[in-house]
Design a protein around this ligand. Structure first.
Ligand code: FCB
Length: 470
């Protein structure tokens, strides 16, 4: 394309993106179950997502990850795409049931070999590998033994992490333990929208603690095993919750929502304690976090990077449509207000201002840890032309506004050091199946053909511009 897509909308105005430093890290993110396919190859055993996809009605259109983007067989071609976009880093996840089939016993060399080849392919192309150790594909056997609500799963996770590190630690510098423990715990165990599909709030809260414990144990094992310096972290999906008005009820609804979405993870990680108000909220519902002596020291093992995944903001009200502060059971009302804002195909509100505020708040409340945007992006109803090209100006606008928010947050002091677009490819979007497309590269699922969208061209050109390469 010859038009310069990277210019700001208003001619003559400085684009905040241009203030990002030349050292800023640029990448894309993916996850194993969403792209790999090859679910029964080289010794891989089922994960909770394979099982969940078999539950009638659980996933849109009955879609599964059986083939997905067939990345397992097309990996070199996909790495070439990443390199051609000029990206310096690729964030991918390792599938536990490939590396340790059944979630117990020794490592599976054939499963590890895939990631070994991937890392070498990336390094050969000048792209840094960024490994996420858990992006939701728990071996089914561990779910059968109780899953994340059970304490032992945290220890099993730490054992598996050691196996991955033993195979890749000589070449991989950056390690993320968990992707979005909120989704694993709450969508998986409390609300049942994700695998394994349980609907028990107390199980969800137990899962929160055991995921964090698993993170802390894994962090300790990685530090102990590393002979060279590593960058160690966790990725959280942080969804800001703002009160609709300054009323006490609205402020309390926002406080509650923020507590369970954000602070229940951030406080133990960085302050070594669960927030008192969240503990009290849970106690009011007859639930307690299953904390044992020493757990919080393990969970707050110092980390080097915090991964932030941001997609949308939320506005909270503490009253119902009739102005009542309590529902019929006497519980406080906590209602997400539907704002008159543009939305993505996921029906998620587009609020880049909340992204900027979030990053500045993280810098204020949890200072000292560098931030990386490990996911940000949007699904839209892409319309390919006859050649499969998508002129996704809506996605370009979303990415532009959110990168500008990152740049402004940096100007306000937030130590953000890199950005990963979600996602490289259209892929299996969990319970939405293949209906929702987040890729900057289109995948034609009939032919597996990859076609970079306009957003991919825009991303490449923006990165070049910021690096001063053009
Ligand atoms: C995040 C997940 C990622 C993808 C995006 C859209 O919550 O980490 O796998 O599904 O949402």
């Amino acid at each position: 394309m010859d038009t310069d897509l990277t210019r700001p909308a208003a001619p003559g105005q400085a684009d905040p993106i241009d203030t990002l430093p030349p050292t800023f890290r640029w990448g894309v993110a993916t996850s194993s179950y969403q792209i790999e396919g090859a679910v029964a190859e080289d010794g891989r055993t089922p994960s909770i997502w394979d099982t969940y996809c078999g539950v009638p009605g659980a996933v849109a259109n009955g879609d599964t990850g059986d083939v997905a983007c067939d990345h397992y067989h097309r990996m070199p071609q996909d790495v070439a795409l990443i390199a051609d976009l000029g990206l310096d880093t690729y964030r991918f996840s390792v599938a536990w049931p490939r590396v340790q089939p059944g979630g117990g016993g020794p490592a599976n060399p054939a499963g590890l070999a895939f990631y070994d080849r991937l890392v070498d392919e990336l390094l050969g192309r000048g792209v840094d590998p960024w490994v996420t150790l858990y992006h939701w594909d728990l071996p089914q056997e561990l779910e059968d033994a109780g899953g994340w609500p059970v304490r032992d799963t945290a220890y099993r996770f730490a054992d598996y992490v050691e196996m991955v590190f033993a195979a890749l630690g000589d070449r991989v510098k950056t390690w993320t333990t968990l992707n979005e423990p909120w989704c694993s715990a709450m969508l998986g165990y409390a609300y049942g929208h994700h695998a394994p599909g349980r609907q028990n709030f107390a199980d969800g809260i137990a899962a929160v603690h055991h995921l964090l414990l698993g993170h802390g144990l894994a962090a300790q094992r990685l530090r102990a095993a590393a002979s060279n310096p590593i960058e160690l972290g966790i990725t959280l999906n942080l969804a800001p919750a703002d009160p609709e008005t300054g009323s006490a009820a609205d402020r309390d609804a926002a406080r509650y929502t923020d507590g369970l979405a954000n602070r229940i993870y951030l406080d133990p990680l960085f302050h070594g304690e669960y927030p008192q108000d969240v503990v009290a909220d849970l106690a009011a519902e007859g639930i307690s976090l299953p904390v044992q002596d020493g757990d919080l020291e393990i969970i707050s093992t110092p980390i080097d990077v915090l991964g932030v995944n941001y997609y949308f903001g939320q506005l909270l009200s503490g009253v119902d449509e009739h102005g009542r502060e309590r529902d019929e059971q006497g519980h406080p009302v906590r209602r997400v207000i539907r704002r008159d804002l543009p939305r993505t195909a996921m029906d998620w509100e587009i609020v880049p201002e909340s992204f900027e505020e979030l990053l500045v708040r993280l810098h204020r409340d949890y200072p000292g840890v560098p931030l990386f945007i490990t996911e940000n992006g949007a699904a839209f109803n892409d319309k390919p032309d006859a050649d499969g090209f998508v002129a996704d100006d809506d996605r370009v606008a979303y990415l532009t506004e959110h990168l500008q928010a990152v740049a402004r947050a940096r100007q306000a002091g937030a130590d953000v050091r890199g950005y990963f677009a979600w996602s490289l490819l259209d892929n299996f979007e969990w319970a939405y199946g293949y209906d929702k497309r987040f890729g900057i590269v289109r995948v034609d699922y009939d032919t597996q053909r990859r076609t970079p969208k306009r957003s991919a061209h825009w991303y490449r050109d923006t990165i070049r511009r910021v690096r001063g390469e053009r």
